[in-house]
Design a protein around this ligand. Structure first.
Ligand code: NAD
Length: 473
């Protein structure tokens, strides 16, 4: 059992009230974090806001690399802790730990860059012998709210760029999986992060704490990753604050008539089931041309049958649990509804507590609830199509607009898919989720407002551009 106090001003503060954390596979308590009330949070936010951070670029670079080194020395401990709180298998959580290192190292590298610009002013008849310069200024206090599904990576995607830009953060990680966020913050302090640059809190009264993290006057920006429903609540309440929302998704993979079927199956496997399919960019709909759908479906079903799932602590397993038994019951119900309404079950659809087996459904209709809503678990629904027009129409027939993918070697069709999918990302012959930690990432429609994350864009988002001008003959 691991225990953390709230991380405030460089120390762990224990209120005496706790939020307990359970492993979804064993149902055993694996840890707890201190719960704070809104009165305490009010002071934490103001004190954090009043702390000015003036680390040099080299100092920020050095701290970020020290944290990365420390994490890399502790991969076994970190991945086991993420498995404890999520039920994700060790293969997935070791991968998450390595992604976290990338985020830290990319942030360290970008800290050293100066993206200032210089504009000569003697370039028009209205000009003068002057030069205008730009410099980036930290926004101030950033309120970060994160979801359960990548409990350390999503946190570090918000924190590392804040360290890289001398901002201060108060973080509220998911109450379901808070442990790795507190662990990270303590490690960062041990690696020399100044007190109050990163404070981490949680509260048993989630709604009251979350609301204060959205509306408090000392907050300059709210950076949220989570479901679209909560994202829209934040958008309606944040008022005159900058907001970045990274929300839900319903990624389509389009498998076109000319696709190499083995390649399409490979892309589907890598894009669907990792992280128990609890990724915002996971493939939620596989649109397959009717001429190749039978053979594709049978090859996919064979691959999925061979997936090993179960005990998340067994390092041979490919998949552990989803986050809770209730979540597993919800996906089981949606799959059953689809079957009752004409879909054909090829593999899976077995549940034991929070374990839900990797499932393949064929002949799904885009109106079935299992695809019309974001089903956040290991379900691969095949929707058959006749023409590319129809495939693009189905792919866009969703409230979400996060990512998409296409498997084909026919360039005119590929170009149409890239141009016509209403999504933030389109990957060709690759899973919709593919990216590097520093490349721009984010969605449109109900998946987000079009602002991007990824280390480079987040660093831009956490700063404003100040211009100044100087006389220059
Ligand atoms: P969630 O929206 O239920 O919770 C996310 C966070 O919001 C938690 O910390 C929660 O405590 C907090 N919260 C709850 N009520 C709130 C309120 N009224 N105001 C402010 N914050 C509040 O999401 P979840 O179930 O933890 O995560 C899964 C969802 O996150 C999925 O929809 C997934 O697609 C999405 N997600 C999106 C991305 C992305 O980058 N686009 C990445 C990962 C996950």
């Amino acid at each position: 059992m691991i225990e953390f106090g709230s991380i405030v001003n460089g120390k762990q503060v224990k209120s005496g009230n706790w939020i307990d954390v359970y492993n979804p596979y064993t149902n055993k308590k694996v840890g707890r974090v201190s719960s704070i009330d809104t009165k305490t949070l009010d002071k934490v936010l103001t004190d954090t806001r009043n702390t000015k951070i003036t680390l040099t670029r080299y100092e920020r670079y050095d701290i970020l690399n020290k944290i990365a080194n420390a994490l890399e020395d502790r991969v076994d401990e970190v991945s086991k802790m993420i498995t404890d709180e999520t039920g994700l298998c060790l293969k997935d959580t070791r991968y998450e730990a390595s992604r976290v290192s990338d985020v830290l190292r990319f942030s360290a590298m970008k800290t050293l860059d100066d993206d200032s610009e210089v504009f000569p002013c003697d370039v028009s008849k209205n000009g003068k012998p002057r030069r205008i310069y730009t410099t980036r200024v930290p926004l101030g206090l950033i309120s970060c709210i994160t979801p359960f599904n990548h409990p350390m990576n999503q946190v570090v995607h918000k924190i590392a760029p804040a360290i890289a830009t001398n901002n201060t953060v108060v973080l509220k990680p998911s109450e379901k999986t808070p442990l790795s966020a507190y662990y990270f913050a303590q490690l960062a302090l041990d690696c020399g992060l100044p007190p109050n640059m990163l404070n981490v809190i949680n509260g048993a009264d989630v709604q009251a704490i979350a609301e204060m993290m959205t509306i408090h006057p000392d907050i300059t920006m709210v950076s949220f990753t989570g479901g679209s429903k909560v994202g829209k609540i934040i958008a309606s309440k944040a008022g005159y604050k900058k907001i970045v929302l990274e929300l839900g998704g319903s990624s389509a993979l389009l498998v076109l008539e000319d696709a190499n079927i083995d390649e399409a199956v490979e892309v589907t496997m890598s894009g669907t089931f990792k992280n128990s399919a609890q990724r915002c960019t996971a493939i939620r709909r596989i649109l397959v041309h009717e001429d190749i759908a039978d053979i594709y479906a049978s090859k996919l079903a064979n691959r999925v049958k061979a997936l090993k799932y179960g005990d998340p602590y067994d390092s041979e397993n490919d998949m552990g649990t989803v986050i809770t038994e209730e979540a597993a019951i919800e996906m089981e119900t949606r799959v059953q509804n689809a079957i009752d309404n004409g879909a054909v079950l090829l593999v899976g659809h077995k549940r034991d507590g929070a374990l839900y087996s990797p499932t393949v459904l064929d002949h799904v209709d885009n109106a079935h609830e299992v695809v019309a809503k974001e089903t956040f678990g290991p379900v691969a629904p095949i929707i058959r199509f006749k023409t590319l027009d129809e495939a693009i129409e189905i792919a866009n027939d969703t409230p979400y607009g996060l990512s998409g993918g296409v498997v084909s070697n026919h360039w005119p069709s590929i170009q149409r898919v890239i141009t016509e999918l209403d999504t933030g990302t389109v990957n060709v012959n690759e899973a919709p989720s593919y990216r590097l930690e520093w490349t721009p990432f984010g969605g449109v429609k109900d998946s987000g407002l079009g602002y991007k994350e990824g280390v480079i864009e987040t660093m831009k988002g956490y700063t404003y551009v100040k211009t100044y001008s100087l006389p220059w003959d």
